[in-house]
Design a protein around this ligand. Structure first.
Ligand code: ASP
Ligand code: MG
Length: 413
């Protein structure tokens, strides 16, 4: 079987959905096709605003945002020839409970983006005469209740999903939500922003897919973000380990958690342009070509550099590493880079909403200083000339270089 994943940009309007249909029609679905889909367009951001409005008592704004979201989906349905309320019944009420914590409400509401997109697309494909079934991932992909970053219970999920897939009466094509799962108690959860790629990888792993393809609005994996660098080139083939490094460095092309489930089963991952399905795109696999023969530039934005010094001038490294990383882990900080000296340790982390509480916890035992509004630039396949060019005109807060890779923490302009 194969797994396809379509992101929000690829299904942002009716034409996108028709394009998805055309890609599916060009695919051999004899052995089964699992289609994993994100929320349409910018729906996830819009749903996040609904939660924030409700959480701060701005009910009118929440409702008006909610109505916009519903209207957006209704318009797409109509353009696809579907009857709202008949072919697809969208969620009526916003599932918000003021007695629940923010993050729990977030998951109940934000998960609806994927529910809506998959309902619409599954019904549309069915009406076009394809053999299709809609799957409700909150009932199939079992997670714990770490809201907004739920951890998947692989054993239970694989059992349930395999059983569903191996049913003799299963249609050839299954349409499933990316990004969302559910607890044993039946609550919806989300796996972290941009988590649909990860879902596709998990399904590929559980069902021993022959390949997983991520359809995107770019030609494949490029050596730099075309919005930031003028001359980009396509990287046709790369190894799992290169892809992991690229995604952890901040390349927004695939979610960092995507690679491991595929590598474990040696399943190739294709990244292809949804506008040109015959194009080769990029292929990530065990025997991909490496090391990369063009320099690769990866920006990770919105970083904060936190430096700790022990209050009693003890050697931080020996005595405090485990404590520091325990705090970092408990506060869900995402570490992009670590640097240490005899008496200090610096970590460059994503500047998320979890940072202030983590700093507070670190301050109990350390003198903590920090710099924000930073970006981390990683250059793979660097040379001294390339590095000089990259440094020119920038304020470098920290740099780490090995023979082929340079990592610069720079001030955002
Ligand atoms: N819709 C979710 C998001 O925008 C998941 C995804 O796109 O992968 O974060
Ligand atoms: Mg998305």
């Amino acid at each position: 079987m194969k797994v396809f994943k379509f992101g929000g940009a690829s299904v942002k309007d009716a034409n996108g959905v028709r394009n998805l249909e055309s890609i599916v029609r060009q695919t051999d679905v004899q052995d089964g096709l699992m289609i994993v889909i994100s929320a349409m367009g910018k729906t996830t951001n819009a749903l996040e605003r609904v939660v924030e409005f409700l959480d701060t008592g701005k009910e009118e704004q929440a409702l008006s945002q909610w109505v916009d979201i519903i209207d957006f989906h209704v318009a797409i349905m109509k353009e696809l020839g579907l009857k709202p309320g008949v072919d697809v019944r969208l969620q009526g009420e916003i599932p918000f409970d003021p007695n629940l914590p923010f993050d729990e409400n977030y998951d109940q509401i934000v998960s609806l983006g994927e529910i809506m997109s998959t309902q619409i697309i599954a019904v549309y494909l069915l009406k076009q005469g394809l053999s299709v079934e809609w799957w409700n991932m909150p009932k199939l992909l079992r997670t714990d209740n770490t809201w907004r970053e739920a951890r998947v219970d692989d054993k239970t999920s694989q059992e349930t999903i395999k059983a569903g897939w191996e049913r003799p009466d299963r249609p050839q094509i299954v349409v499933a939500q990316g990004f969302i799962g559910g607890t044993a108690e039946g609550k919806r959860t989300t796996l972290g922003r941009e988590g649909s790629d990860y879902t596709a990888a998990l399904l590929g792993n559980y069902l021993d897919a022959e390949s997983v393809t991520i359809w995107k609005d770019v030609p494949g994996i490029l050596n730099a973000d075309p919005r930031l660098e003028p001359n980009t080139v396509l990287i046709p083939s790369l190894r799992y380990q290169d892809a992991v490094e690229l995604s952890y460095s901040g390349a927004q092309i695939i979610h960092p958690k995507t690679i491991k489930p595929l590598e474990n089963k040696q399943i190739p991952l294709f990244v292809k342009p949804f506008g040109d399905p015959k194009a080769a795109g990029s292929c990530i696999s065990q025997d991909g070509v490496g090391p990369l023969n063009v320099p690769v530039y990866i920006w990770r934005k919105n970083q904060i550099l936190i430096t700790m010094r022990a209050k009693d001038f003890a050697f931080v490294l020996e005595e405090s590493l485990s404590e520091i990383f325990d705090i970092i882990h408990r506060h869900r900080l995402k570490v992009a880079l670590i640097q240490s000296s005899a008496v200090t340790i610096s970590v460059c982390v994503d500047n998320t909403r979890f940072v202030p509480a983590a700093i507070e916890a670190l301050q109990v035992h350390f003198n903590v200083s920090y710099n924000d509004h930073l970006s981390l630039l990683t250059i793979r396949g660097t040379t001294p000339e390339i590095l000089e060019q990259a440094k020119a005109g920038r304020t470098i807060m920290l740099s780490q270089t090995t023979r082929r890779t340079a990592r610069l923490v720079v001030k955002e302009i």
